[in-house]
Each structure stands twice: as structure tokens, then as C-alpha cells.
Design a protein around this ligand. Structure first.
Ligand code: IDP
Ligand code: MG
Length: 172
């Protein structure tokens, strides 16, 4: 029996997946506190539910060299040494997420830098109240995303088309 589909769907069947002009890819890091607290699945589920597509994922240790590259803009700030110690002390997960306006969408989902100030409903707002641990990093602009994705995924990303895309992204 044929599966019922919305009227618009068959029009797209033999076309490439929906690809709005605003599609971009952002770098998300699940920081050590997200792994220690066993929150990776719950947080990833939020991004998946939103419709962001997973195009890269790596469980890894951040080396001092990678930390210095990634956090170059913060070198010299009072929290820099502590930040690097935190990020390099145990494993992280680097993730590349793609979608319409993915950089801004992910940042809005994450909320303000620390859970104590982040709005309820955001990831940082719902899962933490620390002023030093904040679960996630998310690129803050498409230029930063391009630079940061190059650090964590030098081999490039997985280009694939989820079957759900035409139901989730628009064509413009
Ligand atoms: P963001 O992660 O919201 O973009 P940034 O200002 O870019 O915040 O800072 C990068 C990271 O440095 C933060 O996510 C946090 O882990 C850490 N950090 C920023 N400000 C402080 C601070 O005042 N004390 C301790 N750590 C900080
Ligand atoms: Mg930042």
C-alpha cells in the first residue's frame, strides 16, 4: 500500500533534496562536562529534533595545540588557562551540524555563555548553573564556522541527504 505523502512531496521525488540558500554548517563542541554528565544524547536530540543535519562527528582529546588554534581570540584573557585546562582534560565530541542559518540557530538554542544567565528553554539554560562549565561551544559566525570546521574536520565533512530533508527544510 502506498504511504500517504503531502501533495508537494511527489513533485520533489526526482529532484535533489531541498536546499535553501541559507544552508550553512556550524561547529559544535560537546565539552567535557557534557560527556561526564551523560548529556550528549539529550543535547544531540535537541539539534536533531530542530532539523539540523549531522555531517561530522568525532570523539577526541583536544590537544594544547588545537586548543590554542581554536581559542586564539581568547589568548591572554584571565580565563584562558583555565579554559584550556578544562577543554583538554578529558574527551570532547566535535560535531558539524548543517541547516538553514545553522550558526545562528545553534547559538540561539545554546543560549548565553553560562547557564546561570542563559534563558530557560535554551540548552545552557536548562542543563546548567555553573559559571565555568557550559556544555557546548558553537561557532559565532559563518567565517568562524569555516575556520573552526577546518581545525576539527580537516578531511572534510560527510555530504549526504537525509530522507526527511524535504519535510524539514524549505526550498527557498
Ligand atoms: P561563547 O562560548 O558563548 O561563545 P566566549 O565569550 O566566546 O563564549 O568564551 C569562550 C569560552 O570561554 C566560553 O564558552 C567559556 O567556556 C569560557 N569563558 C568565557 N568567559 C569566561 C569567564 O569569564 N570565566 C571562565 N570561563 C569563561
Ligand atoms: Mg565564542
Amino acid at each position: 500500500m502506498a504511504i500517504p505523502l503531502p501533495r508537494s512531496y511527489p513533485l520533489r521525488l526526482n529532484q535533489p533534496p531541498s536546499h535553501p540558500k541559507t544552508v550553512e554548517t556550524t561547529l559544535i563542541l560537546f565539552k567535557p562536562d557534557a560527556l561526564h554528565r551523560g548529556l550528549v544524547g539529550q543535547i544531540l536530540a535537541r539539534f536533531e529534533n530542530k532539523g539540523l543535519q549531522l555531517v561530522g562527528m568525532r570523539l577526541m582529546r583536544m590537544s594544547q595545540e588545537v586548543a590554542a588554534k581554536h581559542y586564539a581570540e581568547h589568548i591572554g584573557k584571565p580565563f584562558y588557562e583555565g579554559l584550556v585546562g578544562f577543554m583538554t582534560g578529558s574527551p570532547i565530541i566535535a560535531m558539524a551540524l548543517r541547516g538553514p542559518d545553522a550558526v545562528a540557530v545553534a547559538r540561539r538554542m545554546m543560549g548565553k555563555t553560562f547557564g546561570i544567565e542563559a534563558e530557560a528553554g535554551t540548552i545552557r539554560g536548562d542543563y546548567g548553573c555553573s559559571k565555568s562549565f557550559n556544555l557546548l561551544h558553537g561557532s559565532d559566525s559563518s567565517e568562524s564556522a569555516t575556520r573552526e570546521l577546518g581545525i576539527f574536520f580537516p578531511e572534510g565533512l560527510e555530504d549526504w541527504a537525509p530522507i526527511s530533508t524535504p519535510w524539514v527544510w524549505d526550498n527557498e
